[in-house]
Design a protein around this ligand. Structure first.
Ligand code: FES
Length: 142
């Protein structure tokens, strides 16, 4: 899939920072495997969204990852009770920082649960399309 006319063979590189608890059933594992099979998508599991450091996102973008999707449990569903509430504050600060840069469209934050079969692959596909329309990040970083 190439969506950038400037680089015909370019495909967006996407990193997914994902809470290990939001997709853990066998059916979810099938969704994960489908996404992981894509060569330009890397899933980095974290124990809880509460452990998500905004620097992970900024570093990924700075290192040339075209887009970062951060996914965790729905508010109230966190295995550790307050992790995603803590993450909400960090994400709000991160979004404020990104709003002031050309990188604001390169991140997405989402809540998903094991009861939402098919949502995760759809989120990744939407992210690929969105980032594909923006083009390679290297053009914004230079
Ligand atoms: S365990 Fe998933 S967000 Fe905390």
């Amino acid at each position: 899939m190439s969506t950038d006319r400037r680089k015909p063979n370019w495909e967006p590189k996407i990193i997914v920072l994902m809470c290990d608890w939001c997709l853990f059933s066998e059916l979810d594992r099938a969704d994960l495997a489908r996404v992981q099979a894509q060569p330009n998508v890397r899933i980095v599991k974290i124990p809880c969204l509460g452990r998500m450091d905004p620097m992970y996102v900024l570093t990924a973008l700075q290192e040339g990852i075209d887009g970062v999707l951060v996914a965790g449990c729905h508010l109230g569903d966190c295995h550790y009770k307050r992790g995603n509430f803590m993450a909400e504050n960090r994400i709000a600060v991160l979004q404020t920082v990104l709003e002031t840069s050309s990188l604001k469209g390169r991140t997405k934050f989402a809540h998903i649960s094991t009861a939402e079969r098919g949502v995760f692959p759809r989120l990744v596909e939407e992210m690929q399309q969105k980032i594909g329309a923006l083009g390679p990040i290297e053009e914004e970083l230079t």
